[in-house]
Ligand binder design. Structure first.
Ligand code: NAD
Length: 428
């Protein structure tokens, strides 16, 4: 189902070229955005529990830091490649720009299957990785966060190790930390909540009113992003008719009982038994879930799930990409031709990095906000940027994806250009 990450990076650059037609940017700016500013490969020696030594390979990419310190997660996965890290760091550059955050883009990864390591080995690996890249990160340089197979505990080890290296406490060097170690309240459901604020704006634009006609939503994925989004939409009166996990999907024409599902016993990321999800719930496949007749489809699991193979069978009017990269470039064009509105990942799931920005800000100030304050500020950012992208897309008669890239370019362009272009020299 997935394409090589080389292709993901090539796809990202294709979208950059398309967006450049709608934003006033110097050709030299585009040239600079086609390459990362810095790419590190490090080796990480780790003493294993049995006394042997294993050397792991890690990467950290600072794609661009013109608008602020680079920002982006660290993943632990056996399939991590330099080109994947580069593509993800490129996306972060655009995501931070589209969300209006004073950050550039970065990403990191270690080639490892963390589930083969003991907890103590994972801790030594996490600390070893940070020792290897410590000179290249920092609160005002490059700020990592969790990503695939890394979490708050790993961020706590990494932040602690960074403090050991530099000889002072510097909590703002990493976000996604546990609240007890300087993490922000409201980070746990920030990605879903950000997507939900977009839904509330969209509701007004499209004239949706659940009191007159309950709108139907399908959510692929029941992990952090998908489960929380289903909870918020259900509590707001939406009919969440389908949800899925990696094993399959559940469907209920009258709407699943999401509140009961959340109370029911289930492993993180996996669905409870269908008998606990509302009368009439039945099992369907993940492929069927994507093709349900719904108002909104929310891919919140993995990349490349809507492709040229199934794009013409998608019946949703709107796709809200909580996952990163769920729709391929080829599928994008097909959906646009059929009038399906796609709210792109760099905008739709930017609630997560926005609250990471709030965490960084609170760490720098040493002054902490209530969960309510975090939510109010998140709403402000999501509403403002969604409306800006919506209006820009409407003005040019283009889709929201290219609109979002163009909106990001309108911020990246002037920042890069103010650091110097040939045109500027020619004027002087
Ligand atoms: P998660 O690990 O908590 O949950 C993933 C969910 O997807 C699980 O329910 C899992 O069962 C399901 N899944 C896995 N493989 C699947 C498959 N092939 N088909 C259908 N379902 C499958 O992950 P998450 O944090 O919720 O992240 C989900 C997506 O959202 C990812 O693309 C991630 O990059 C993106 N995202 C998450 C955040 C965040 O803050 N959590 C922020 C930005 C983007």
């Amino acid at each position: 189902m997935s394409t090589p990450h080389n292709d993901v990076f090539a796809d990202a650059l294709k979208r950059l070229d398309l967006a450049a037609q709608y934003a006033k940017v110097d050709p030299e700016t585009l040239l600079r955005l086609r390459q990362p500013k810095q790419f590190l490969e490090v080796s990480i020696p780790v003493r294993m529990d049995n006394g042997s030594l294993r050397i792991f390979t890690g990467y950290r990419c600072k794609y661009d830091d013109t608008r602020g310190p680079a920002k982006g997660g660290i993943r632990f996965h056996q399939d991590v490649t330099p080109s994947e890290v580069k593509a993800l760091a490129f996306w972060m550059t655009f995501k931070c720009a589209v969300a209006g955050l004073p950050f550039g883009g970065g990403k990191g990864g270690v080639i490892v299957n963390p589930f083969e390591l003991s907890m103590a080995e994972r801790e030594r690996l996490s600390r070893g990785y940070i020792r290897a890249i410590a000179w290249a990160i920092g609160t005002d340089v490059d700020v990592p966060a969790p990503d695939v197979n890394t979490n708050g505990l790993i961020m706590a080890w990494m932040a602690d190790e960074y403090s050991n290296v530099v000889g002072r406490r510097e909590p703002g060097v990493i976000t996604g930390k546990p609240v007890a170690m300087g993490g922000s309240l409201g980070r746990d459901d920030a990605t879903a909540r950000g997507g939900f604020f977009i839904l509330k704006e969209l509701e007004v634009k499209l004239g949706w009113d659940n009191k007159k006609q309950a709108r139907r939503i399908a959510v692929q994925g029941f992990g952090n992003a998908g489960e929380n989004f289903a909870r918020l939409a259900h509590a707001d009166g939406y009919q969440v008719v389908g949800v899925s996990d990696s094993n399959g999907a559940l469907y209920n024409a009258a709407g699943l009982d999401i509140a009961a599902m959340l109370k029911a016993e289930h492993k993180p990321g996996l669905l409870p038994d269908p008998s606990l999800c509302g009368a009439g719930t039945k099992k369907i496949t993940n492929a069927e879930l994507l093709e349900l007749d719904v108002d909104m489809l929310v891919p919140a699991a993995v990349e490349n799930v809507i492709t040229e193979e199934n794009a013409n069978r998608i019946k949703a009017k709107v796709i809200l990409e909580l996952a990163n990269g769920p729709v391929t470039v080829q599928a994008d064009g097909m959906l646009e031709r059929r009038g399906v509105m796609v709210i792109p990942d760099i905008l739709a799931n930017s609630g997560g990095v926005t609250v990471s920005y709030f965490e960084w800000t609170q760490n720098k100030m040493g002054f902490y906000w209530t969960a309510e304050e975090v939510r109010e500020r998140l709403a402000l950012y999501m509403r403002r940027e969604f409306s800006a992208v919506f209006d820009l897309a409407k003005k040019h008669g283009i889709g929201m994806r290219i609109g979002a890239y163009a909106h990001a370019l309108e911020r990246l362009g002037p920042a890069l250009e103010s650091t110097g272009t040939a045109k500027r020299y020619a004027k002087e």
